[in-house]
Write a protein that binds this ligand. Structure first.
Ligand code: PLP
Length: 292
């Protein structure tokens, strides 16, 4: 696709077979939000980024489930998932060949307003071929809370994909300042979490491990899909509490996410890691194949 597409979504009062009259296509390059929008004033809302390959939106069901989960954690009204699924289909219809990204945004709405604001966009995806083939350097960064914080302070919304990504973006800038491409967050008690916009998968022999999603991280749709793929190929997969010290013992590692897909890690804190290029290429070929 050569230009952005945007769709405003009116809340539907009840479920129906066709939601098209709740959608308004807007000019994606023109202003569309009220200045009273709480998404822009406070980052108060939730979102999803969905990879699209040749017009096929990937893993729509898992993304919608996570949208509903994030909305629930944020005390937002439950999204009508059939309406969102139709909005995704409309947006995907505007994505041409190649890779695109559909974003879903559900905000608390306008201050003192009657309803949440919802919209979806579609745009061409960036070119991540270098990250997928040449790999990325990562540094570990202190996330500033311990591994009990998510349970102790649920208002931190650690398992929700909220619009408040300023901290995640600051961590990426810090990683760049340290000469790396990306970061892996650690708790203050040295437990491995996730990257600012991706999940971490570690390989130990034929066992693939990812940090358990109960510790205040976002469970990645890509990680779940990769684990299913690896299990089908006979590998062992595991959700675990991963001590930071285990990073040095991993044979290989990847950051995985919906749009960049699998980026092999070539170094963690300057310690080189081996990259299995054919294995990673096969993983990305799987991630680029149509997935539901
Ligand atoms: N963790 C965080 C904090 C993220 O922001 C993301 C994606 O943006 C992920 C993990 C990976 O999620 P997914 O694979 O669903 O894109």
């Amino acid at each position: 696709m050569d230009r952005r597409f945007a769709l405003m979504i009116e809340p539907a009062s009840e479920p129906r077979a066709d939601y098209s009259d709740t959608f308004t296509v807007v000019d994606a390059s023109a202003p569309a939000l009220s200045v009273g929008e709480l998404s822009t004033q406070r980052g108060d809302g939730v979102f999803e980024s969905i990879g699209v390959v040749d017009g096929h939106a990937q893993e729509v069901g898992p993304h919608l489930e996570r949208l509903a989960h994030s909305a629930d954690l944020c005390d937002l009204p439950a999204p009508d998932l059939a309406q969102w699924a139709q909005a995704i289909a409309v947006a995907a219809g505007h994505c041409g060949p190649g890779e695109s990204v559909i974003k879903l945004i559900l905000s608390r709405g306008v201050e003192k307003g009657p309803a949440p604001t919802a919209w979806a966009t579609a745009a061409p995806a960036g070119d991540f071929s270098r990250a997928r083939t040449e790999g990325i350097r990562v540094v570990t960064l202190d996330r500033g809370y311990d591994s009990g914080a998510a349970d102790r302070a649920p208002w931190l919304l650690l398992g929700a994909k909220t619009l408040s990504y300023a901290v995640n973006m600051a961590a990426l800038r810090e990683a760049h300042r340290r000469g790396a491409d990306d970061a892996v967050f650690l708790t203050t008690d040295h437990v491995v979490l996730e990257a600012p916009t991706a999940s971490l998968i570690l390989r130990f022999g034929d066992r693939f491990v990812t940090p358990a999603p109960h510790g205040g991280i976002l469970q990645g749709t890509t990680q779940i899909s990769v684990f299913g793929h690896l299990e089908a190929a006979g590998y062992t997969t595991e959700y675990a509490t991963v001590p930071a010290a285990d990073l040095a013992a991993a044979d290989q590692a990847w950051l995985v996410s919906s749009v960049r897909l699998a980026a092999p890690i070539v170094a963690i804190d300057d310690r080189p890691l081996a990259v299995d290029a054919p294995f990673t290429a096969a993983l990305n070929a799987y991630l680029l194949s149509p997935r539901d």
